[in-house]
Design a protein around this ligand. Structure first.
Ligand code: F6R
Length: 245
């Protein structure tokens, strides 16, 4: 795994956005895997700014998102469909038909997983952007998930629901289930960038670099991938900088 340590959230966002925009320039019809959550918002802002300055176009870009909550209407402000529209898609020239997120239509959840997985297996993600949960989850692959797992319905852990409570009025409103790409789908990406910032990610980052490869810590699967870059800020690098690995 390559490691880039940046001064702060802003510079980490710029570094990741530059990596993505360079990839779009090299391959305008690139397939991107995208994440939601707080971490990539700065990256998406940077990409929108590059688009507005005419530096990149999304007109031939295809995207697949990692995950979506089950039980939220698609137009709920915290659904990942809404999140992506608000933070990226509504502001760039991406074609609607090139945007893919898991469908959480309650009538056909199992089939939705199968269909999303089929789409993933019929394409190839050139560049996958990831965040990381404090418990090491990537996408919504919680501790214990097999590295062979493909797209599935996941029961979110209490830790993840607690962490995501900040976006909702109360813990009761945080969905208990989601559809997520599995670890296998993520590892199938040609290139992976994981971004982590802030002190609350420092322990997860430390564990990521501990050489451990274990199902208890899903992000440790990235040790098995041959082109992963971790971009972190100084706060998330706290233990690395103190040499406390
Ligand atoms: C979101 C996702 C999650 C987040 C993780 C970190 O699509 O897949 O794995 O990346 O929960 O979330 P933030 O960035 O809010 O700390």
């Amino acid at each position: 795994m390559n490691l880039i340590i940046c001064n702060d959230y802003e510079s980490a966002s710029k570094v990741v956005a530059n990596m993505i925009s360079d990839s779009i320039k090299i391959k305008p019809n690139i397939t991107l895997g995208l994440a939601t959550g707080s971490t990539p918002i700065g990256v998406y802002n940077e990409l929108i700014s590059k688009y507005n300055r005419g530096l990149i176009s999304f007109s031939n870009v295809t995207t697949y998102n990692l995950d979506e909550y089950i039980g939220l209407p698609i137009d709920h402000k915290e659904s990942y469909h809404s999140f992506m529209d608000r933070n990226l898609f509504n502001h760039v020239d991406i074609k609607r038909e090139n945007i893919h997120l898991p469908s959480c239509d309650l009538n056909d959840l199992n089939n939705n997983c199968i269909e999303y997985n089929k789409m993933l297996n019929s394409t190839s993600i050139d560049l996958q952007l990831l965040g990381i949960g404090a418990n090491g989850h990537i996408g919504f692959n919680e501790p214990g998930t097999s590295f062979e797992q493909e797209t599935f319905i996941v029961e979110l852990t209490n830790k993840t629901r607690e962490d995501n409570k900040r976006f909702f009025n109360s813990i009761e409103e945080v969905p208990k289930l989601a559809i997520t790409m599995g670890i296998k789908n993520i590892l199938d990406s040609k290139k992976i960038i994981l971004m982590a910032t802030g002190e609350n990610k420092a322990s997860a980052v430390k564990r990521l670099f501990s050489q451990e490869v274990s199902l208890d810590f899903p992000a440790s699967c990235l040790n098995l991938h041959n082109d992963t870059t971790i971009v972190i800020d100084k706060e998330a690098a706290k233990f690395i900088l103190k040499n406390e690995l």
